[in-house]
Design a protein around this ligand. Sequence first.
Ligand code: KG4
Ligand code: ZN
Length: 381
Amino acid sequence: MPDAYILGIETSCDETAAAVVRSGEEIVSNIVASQIALHQPYGGVVPELASREHLRAIVPAVRQALEKSKRTYATVDAIAVTQGPGLAGALLVGISYAKALAYALEKPLIAVNHLEGHIHSVLLEERAKGNHAVSFPVLALVVSGGHTHLYLAEKHGEGWVYENVGHTRDDAAGEAFDKTAKLLGLGYPGGPAIDRLSAYGNPTAVKFAISQMKHRDRRDLNQPESVRPHFDFSYSGIKTAVLRHVETHNMRERVEKRRKALSALAQPKLEDYLASCDQETLDLIASFQRAIVGDLVSKTLTAARACNVATLFVTGGVAANAELRRTFESEAAKEGLPAYFPSRPLSTDNAAMIAAAAYPRLLARQFANADFCAEPGLVLR
Ligand code: KG4
Ligand code: ZN
């Protein structure tokens, strides 16, 4: 097939994103309009505000993506949009716009699972580097604000099949970063602030125990899928442990002072964060991050061994975390397992990953019907 240019649209949460990707391997343009400033005063994403902001931002984002790509509405080959999982109202904005464009331009419309998008952000960048030979099976950890999932991914013909072999039983890892940052007065989103501050604390100062799930016999992968082993995560306990630590170590007043100081700044810099944190707080932050990273890495590698995979992908917003990357790289290398991550801009939500995931569907002519709906709980398989 000659080069195919796909216009991707992503509005599942708090980024309005549009991108043009050539043949699943070259990002021609990639526009992300972040809503972080809008949601910051509330300490998390407010779904109604997100939908309204997507409505305002979607047309300029798509226009900019086309302008930068030097393509026109007429010269893109297909339109891809996130169907789910995500916020219903937010998804609907992208889907309605994509449907209208596809109908008016008489272009094929491709519905993409957001989680599949995160997996394809890795493949897209590997292909861009000239690496077309990823070994299978792949184990992909998708770790973000809304998800902590382990998928076995395999290529079948032009398409891909996925099997979920693990997920969080409660909070996602990114959610734990965000909630912990909030309770320490560090603002929203918490991941990037905790990531940067952790370098200044002692990660062994506070011991956190993360819940260990009971798994079925890990070796028996020949069982039917319904009773196969799962490698589950749980991150709701650790934020309660941080809260307890704050209370028992009389840190409340310091937290309030920090909250006030940082919320008065539109975009706090590293110096502002550091000026507001004493050493005890920095040690707590570093210990929290060490516990989450250790748990993500050890459970993922346990699953990788049990499933006998050839390659590891780590993707989603939390994959931007420096300690997580470092630890995965060194621990996976000890097992001779290649570990791939997206670049930082492609770790968090974007539309290039949606356009990339749509490419195999374009080749297989798997198009969406005009009446397909947003699916907030869409499962990947
Ligand atoms: O993939 P994403 O943009 O949206 C979802 O699909 O959820 O991920 C956003 C999440 C937030 O929870 C944010 O705090 C976290 O990713 N995050 C990080 C870092 N950058 C973003 N977590 C840890 N370290 C980071 N550097
Ligand atoms: Zn995401």
